[in-house]
Design a protein around this ligand. Structure first.
Ligand code: HMG
Ligand code: MG
Length: 299
């Protein structure tokens, strides 16, 4: 059975824009988030409080975040790797944060300059302090299916780090197919493996990148397993600067087209969302890779 409603966790302003070659003006980012909210998205990942040299595209987090304070009812999670990042986020009143771990050692090293164990140790006080302050904490887990340097990632290796993130106190997980190599059978195997270890679908969000065109099929497999939180990026923006061969996320429009067709509620106005991605594509100077955006905006 499929769920009646899906919560879309919109990552375009973070996962999308962190990978842009050109600097997007803060004003444009603020307008992007406002347009996403107006299109009905209620969880919009806003930015990252990471080292500005590691992700210069999001170095304006202090400037941007206060410009989003007029969006009541919209959750604005932000990425935070360490206590320094948490301090910055809390100083601006963030109430939803996300730490981001890796299932593989190579990506932990490249993305966080830490081993997997060291990164979990780095997150421990972050999650504890965030929870003490009443914040909601998401735990991203990257390279859940394949890693560009290590190849296919065994289910048990992912399960181990997923459980460690939950043990730290994360409220939910987001399982990242960072480079977009997953296929539906692998999704079923991972969700099954997590279920056997007591990690239920209610704790899981899925985060697919669309490199091989499998993101929607993978999403459907996850929905059939009971998952109701799906990450997507407006217009299919995105990728990770520290993950070789990562392309954009599942496009939010492609996701909404499928969910609308299945009669699954999202609260998103597809026409308004598509108009937003067409506008953003103009700002970035290239067309959206989303098939749905292209189909609906074709004149
Ligand atoms: P490091 O070089 O090991 O940092 O980087 P450090 O802890 O040694 O600190 C060095 C200096 O940086 C210090 O300054 C710190 O204060 C400063 P100094 O004392 O030398 O003057 N510093 C900071 N400044 C501002 N904000 C901070 C911060 N932290 C330290 N938060 C670090 C370690 C984690 C900081 C670095 O590796 C980093 O910022 N990494 C972020 C990488 C990133 O954002 N990647 C993209 C997001 S993950 C992703 O896209 C995947 C996802 O979408 C899911 C999927 O698809 O799989 C989520
Ligand atoms: Mg990602």
């Amino acid at each position: 059975a499929l769920p009646a409603r899906v919560r879309i966790h919109e990552v375009g302003a973070r996962d999308g824009l962190q990978n842009e070659k050109s600097a997007v003006p803060t004003q444009v980012k603020a307008e992007f988030v406002h347009r996403l909210a107006a299109a009905g998205l209620t969880t919009i990942e806003a930015t990252s409080f990471v080292h500005p040299k590691w992700v210069p595209q999001l170095a304006d987090a202090e400037e941007l975040f206060p410009q989003l304070s007029d969006l009541p009812g919209v959750h604005l999670p932000v990425l935070v790797p360490n206590e320094r990042g948490l301090d910055r986020a809390l100083a601006l009143g963030a109430t939803r944060i996300a730490v981001f771990g890796s299932a593989t050692e190579t990506f932990a090293s490249r993305n966080l300059n830490r081993t997997v164990a060291e990164s979990l140790a780095m997150f421990e006080p972050v999650v504890a302090r965030a929870k003490e302050g009443g914040a909601h904490v998401r735990g991203y887990l990257s390279m859940c299916f394949g890693d560009p340097w290590e190849g296919p990632v065994p289910v048990r290796q992912v399960v181990r780090v997923a459980k460690a993130l939950l043990d730290l106190g994360c409220d939910e997980l987001s399982l990242g197919d960072t480079i977009g190599v997953a296929t539906p059978g692998h999704v079923r195997a991972l969700l099954g493996g997590l279920g056997e270890e007591g990690v239920g679908a209610d704790l899981i969000g899925v985060h697919f990148h669309d490199t091989y065109g499998q993101a929607l099929s993978n999403t459907l497999a996850a929905l059939q397993h009971g998952v109701t939180t799906v990450d997507a990026s407006a217009g299919g923006l995105g990728g990770c600067p520290y993950a070789k061969s990562a392309t954009g996320n599942l496009a939010t429009e492609d996701l909404v087209w499928m969910l609308d067709g299945l009669g699954i509620e999202t609260g998103v106005d597809l026409a308004a969302l598509t108009a937003t991605s067409v506008w953003m594509a103009e700002q970035l100077g290239r067309p959206s890779p989303s098939r749905t955006v292209r189909a609906l905006s074709h004149k």
